[in-house]
Design a protein around this ligand. Sequence first.
Ligand SMILES: C[S@@+](CC[C@H](N)C(=O)[O-])C[C@H]1O[C@@H](n2cnc3c(N)ncnc32)[C@H](O)[C@@H]1O
Length: 485
Amino acid sequence: MTRAFSPHEDFDSPGFEQLKTYVVEQTGLAYYRNKDRELAYKFSRRMEKIQQTDYRDYLAHLQAEAGRAERELLIQELTIGETYFFRYQEQFDAVRDQLLPELIKGICAERQRLSVWSAGCATGEEIYSLAILLNSAFPQLQSWDVSLLGTDINRDFLRQAEKASYRKWALRNSSDVFLQQYFLKQDQEWQLLPAYRKGVQFRAHNLILDDIAALIPVGGFDLIFCRNVLIYFDQETYRRLIVDFYRALKPGGWLVLGPAELTPLSCEPFAPHALSRLSCFRKEDPAQSAEVAAFSASASSLSAPAFPDPFAVPELPVFPWQSQLAPASSSLPLLLTHSPLTERLISMPVQPSLPSEALNTIRSLADQGQLAAAEALCRQFLAQEPLHVSCHYYLALVLSAQGQTAEALQALKQVLYLDHKHILAHYHQGLLFQQMGQMPAARKAFRNALGLLNTQQEDSSLPDSEEWSVAQLKALLLLQQEEMA
Ligand SMILES: C[S@@+](CC[C@H](N)C(=O)[O-])C[C@H]1O[C@@H](n2cnc3c(N)ncnc32)[C@H](O)[C@@H]1O
């Protein structure tokens, strides 16, 4: 008997929990533990393709020797490969100005060898950014033995990485001059020049199941990047992997995590360091302790403009993508410029305590329809910054887009608890109540928004919004009130 899958409802069926447990065990992607709806949807996409209708049969198939190909395809369905060239520029600046000069003069000097690993490299943008940086800023390394390894669980990402050909979206942080210098344009894609692919290798590696020792070069890595991977794992796995990375590094080597990773300031067994605030952690080198002390002292004295706090966005435009993502670019997903969610997110207020990158990533995930990941990131950031009004507001919009109206209302309540004059929160509250048919509550919320709008200058822009003017939102609300009368 065949049964049509209804992706949003099928997480109560027999075998779902076992399948979920198996998937989390095999991939580490614990963030799916409370994402039954999304997981059911992803399972259904695969199961439909191979005409499976029962979770128990599908699990048996995955576990069998013959299920290898299907395991790969399911991993491709489940992993999130959001990345781009020179993501978190301030970390690359630290690598160029602090980490690499120290490594080149220090632990790598004698053998003239530098080994770099990007763990969870997705489609290769991170490791190629490092290759470009090494080539352009350190010409003396031309005669060195430099190896750059990118690994990922998703083999399809690795195949794309090997091609080194990218659409403009992957280069959204890059100027035209940069593109001309390092890439060759081929139709809609940009091909990285061969000089910057030299020494770069990719290998499939599952951080949960595969033996890390098989990757480690003699003596250990000098630099490991593992950014935006651990956020999907649970605390226990996170801790275990930090220890694995520590062991895989040479004494004096560096680990760079994503700024959104769980514990940016304390990362045992790595000792705290001045650069920990940029999520850069150094494995102590007892032989060089005097040099370390001197280096730490100089790093600590860095002035704020040279090394901005990753959790601050002092001089950035409110939303960097507003200037970078001009609507004309045909390579951008349509949603980025036209989704109602984007329009609402663009109206977001931003406070200076979260990195702009963090908000950018949430928005980007949301625009790609990866709402569960966007939600996960919001929650990660709120764990660090529980009073961040904008992040609560983002969370509300993402929850609302997932149809989780009650949770979205709860998040908006939190926004208004923290800032009862948040006009857009009142407005969105009204929309949600309206959707739920709770007209008196909707009217009240719209009235609140209108009352606050009336305290603003007609021709001024809406507080915390680049997109809407006070007059525009007022006109919209008056129309809404008329309709509800
Ligand atoms: C969001 S991307 C991060 C890409 C890049 N590091 C960056 O920050 O721009 C997360 C990557 O982790 C990979 N990943 C997830 N689980 C993994 C695992 N168990 N082992 C290895 N890689 C994994 C995913 O396939 C994905 O490519």
